[in-house]
Write a protein that binds this ligand. Structure first.
Ligand code: ADP
Ligand code: MG
Length: 383
């Protein structure tokens, strides 16, 4: 990827420029906790975006996407928004930097990526973080990393129509090799925990079901409403409960008769999930991957039976993993399709993957995609 980018850059724009890179992300555990003020536990991966960038002394950006084989040119004012979706991410990052008082001099760039699009690994956050980081460096803006993540998030909100949380951009900006980062979505405090499965004899692998069920967005809104309803009921007795994640399990029990059973089950999942993130962090500090894996199965159970955001394909993959003694497995992301994330002992990897691909293909008529991931550095300058 690197030499392809550099060659194309030379052809289009000549000598010079610097290389920057950023990463997609996984989330080991902590799902549907973000909007409940709870924890998430993401890490950057060895798949991302790489860009060669050089200031061009003009008041515009000339960007070439190798993957779309397309050149787009745009100015830096609000009315200059390009038509191409991929270019809107870069334009948005420029605009959001300017809005924060940063300088954005015109630049030329050639970039490419290897995060599978729309698989739940946040290729868009990788793209935003790469340019947010590079623009900050090249213009000497000294914007801190958290604000760079927010530049990416605001880009999604204001220029791409995606009302996402902060996790993806946070992970992409703060990611560190061999570490996952526990982020408190209410206070935005974060802490690194060691996570190096390879060194401990495991592999981390995603199995992409390649399905996306249409329910996703309406169901998402319903889940949020259930959580808010449960939190409001608990708040009557415990005013300190701002978000559902502030509630103790017994407090939920107290209001069980006052809320619909469905809301109770949703809340039960969320409160359990917040605790599971803490338990996994404790386990990893001891190097205990088996306990971390067990928690992943519990999360899957909760997402499938209590929160009800799984689907037949994902339950199938999860059940197969359990049957084959895979250490941990769960649906990753919002649900209703996408990937399972699996923590697998090295010696089990080959048979598990072969069986999963074959059996899934037999049952659902298409093969799932296998994506190996290694926890790696986030946004950075490439030497
Ligand atoms: P994801 O879940 O992977 O973030 P999104 O739909 O949010 O999926 O973002 C995918 C979009 O990000 C693509 O449609 C494209 O506009 C942009 N993008 C991601 N990776 C690349 C790339 N390598 N080159 C150009 N654009 C990319
Ligand atoms: Mg995205």
């Amino acid at each position: 990827m690197k030499s392809k980018i550099q060659n194309k850059f030379k052809t289009l724009f000549g000598e010079g420029g610097n290389l920057f890179a950023s990463a997609g992300r996984i989330n080991l555990i902590g799902e549907h906790t973000d909007y409940n003020g709870g924890y998430v536990f993401p890490g950057a991966i060895d798949k991302g975006i790489m860009a060669q960038i050089k200031l061009n002394g003009l008041n515009k950006v000339r960007a070439f996407s190798l993957d779309y084989n397309e050149m787009v040119e745009f100015g830096l004012n609000e009315e200059d928004k390009p038509k191409q979706q991929w270019a809107c991410y870069i334009f948005g990052v420029c605009r959001e930097t300017i809005k924060r008082g940063g300088k954005v001099a015109g630049f030329d760039t050639v970039f490419a990526g290897d995060v599978p699009l729309g698989a739940g690994l946040s290729s868009s956050a990788a793209l935003e973080s790469c340019f947010a980081f590079a623009i900050n460096e090249l213009n000497g803006n000294n914007i801190d990393k958290f604000e760079l993540a927010k530049i990416g998030q605001s880009t999604e909100h204001n220029y791409c129509g995606v009302m996402c949380g902060i996790m993806d951009q946070f992970a992409s900006c703060f990611g560190k090799q061999g570490c996952l980062i526990r982020l408190n979505c209410k206070t935005l405090e974060y802490k690194y925990f060691p996570f190096d499965p390879e060194a401990a004899g495991y592999k981390l692998v995603l199995i992409d079901s390649c399905v996306k069920h249409e329910l996703a967005s309406s169901a998402y809104n319903k889940r949020r409403a259930s959580c808010e309803n449960a939190a409001a009921a608990i708040r009557k007795y415990h005013p300190e409960v701002e978000f559902l994640s502030d509630a103790k399990r017994v407090w939920l029990e107290e209001v069980r008769a006052e809320i619909p059973e469905e809301d109770f089950l949703r809340a039960e999942y969320v409160i359990g999930e917040v605790q599971r993130v803490l338990d996994v962090c404790d386990a990893l500090e001891r190097g205990d991957y088996e306990t971390a894996g067990e928690m992943m199965y519990q999360t899957h159970f909760g997402m499938s039976r209590l929160y009800e955001v799984s689907c037949e394909e994902l339950d199938f993959l999860n059940k197969l993993a359990r049957k084959m003694d895979v250490t941990g497995s769960r649906v990753m992301g919002g649900g209703f399709g996408g990937c399972t994330i699996n923590l697998v002992k090295k010696e089990l990897y080959e048979p598990f993957i072969a069986t999963a691909v074959e059996k899934f293909g037999e049952k659902f008529g298409h093969k799932p995609k296998v994506i190996d991931v290694v926890i790696s550095d986030g946004a950075r300058k490439v030497e």
